[in-house]
Design a protein around this ligand. Structure first.
Ligand code: CUA
Length: 337
């Protein structure tokens, strides 16, 4: 019975809100936290709709009764005041009960959310930057600590604890299909526990205006079965693949001689910058520039040649390359699986 009302509204809502389904929707939950929140959304919306209808009826009824009273101006209704007082008292009582009930529901939902991460199997530190996400996997063994960017792999069906902070301004981390949103605040650590019920890719978006490229600050949770996740982590810990083809070799040399190394790190090479995304396995990611472009040879070249055209205001500068040089650098980066 408790779930009947929200289920009815959810069913009606699904018909009208087909556009809200998919890999980035709070109304299409794919994990326990998002399910709890979606249930709350539907219950609140459903109950408020019922209250709205009742208020409209309460408004219309006296108007109709007044019209009838005017037809018989001499009729006296002695009990009218008592009845009206009773209706007002009942309405006040109902309003109080609804407010207290909804507050309790929120409270218990919060407790459910807090319990999700109590047995978290993995801790990932997510740091917001203008305009990308630094992702660091914590581990008791220092050699297993891993830093990557923008895409967060997690084991499906297992709770994961995210530690959220920021390097510059306030950002907000929001993967609608998996959990509610939480701010990333400079100098402060917020904790968000997530769990994906099934393997899949869930898109997230910075949800706090943080500057010119706020809209191009996407992120992805990639939930995989445990074995696949472990294999991914082990792969990512490896140093970058050494180039074999001549063009890629030339590309590596160019990369290391140009200013790229001031900002980017490529494991196994002297490039050790940490102010921009780690590129050790850049080609294993699905997107470039925090979800702005899909990963492809053409987009890699476009991004290096014209970063300010693609993402105006970002900190990626134009590094002058000739056509051949650009091809070589792209060939090298493309090999960093
Ligand atoms: Cu980061 Cu908006």
């Amino acid at each position: 019975m408790k779930r009947l009302l929200p289920m009815a509204f959810a069913a009606a809502g699904t018909v009208f809100l087909q556009g809200c389904a998919g890999w980035q929707s709070a109304l299409d939950p794919k994990g326990p936290a998002a399910s709890e929140l979606a249930w709350l959304i539907w219950f609140f919306a459903g109950l408020c709709a019922v209250v709205w209808v009742l208020v409209m009826i309460a408004l219309a009824a006296p108007l109709m009764m007044r019209a009838r009273a005017q037809a018989q101006p001499l009729a006296v209704d002695a009990g009218a005041d008592d009845r009206k007082l009773r209706v007002v008292m009942i309405a006040v009582g109902l309003t109080t009960a609804i407010l207290v009930g909804l507050t309790l529901l929120s409270f218990f939902a919060d407790r459910t959310l807090a319990a999700i991460g109590s047995d978290a199997v993995l801790t990932v530190r997510v740091t917001g930057h203008q305009w990308w996400w630094e992702v660091r996997y914590e581990d008791a063994t220092p050699s297993r600590i891993l830093t990557t960017a923008n895409e967060i792999h997690i084991p499906s069906g297992e709770p994961v604890r995210l530690l959220l902070t920021s390097n510059d301004v306030i950002h907000s981390f929001w993967i609608p299909s998996l959990a509610g949103k939480l701010d990333l605040i400079p100098g402060h650590m917020n904790v968000l526990d997530i769990k994906a019920d099934k393997p899949g890719v869930y898109r997230g978006q910075c949800a706090e205006f943080c500057g010119a490229q706020h809209a191009n600050m996407g992120t992805f949770i990639i939930a995989e079965p445990r074995a696949k996740f472990d294999a991914w982590w082990n792969d990512q810990l490896q140093p970058a693949a050494a180039p074999t083809a001549d063009e890629a070799k030339a590309g590596e040399e160019l990369f290391l001689r140009r200013p790229c190394v001031m900002c980017h790190r490529i494991g196994g090479t002297p490039a050790g910058g940490t102010v921009a995304p780690d590129l050790t396995h850049i080609a294993s990611r699905q997107t470039l520039a925090a979800g702005t472009l899909t990963m492809s040879r053409g987009n890699l070249a476009a991004w290096i040649a014209d970063p300010q055209g693609i993402k105006p205001g970002s900190n990626m500068p134009v590094v002058e390359f000739s056509g051949d040089e650009l091809n070589a650098v792209v060939a090298y980066l493309e090999g960093l699986k």
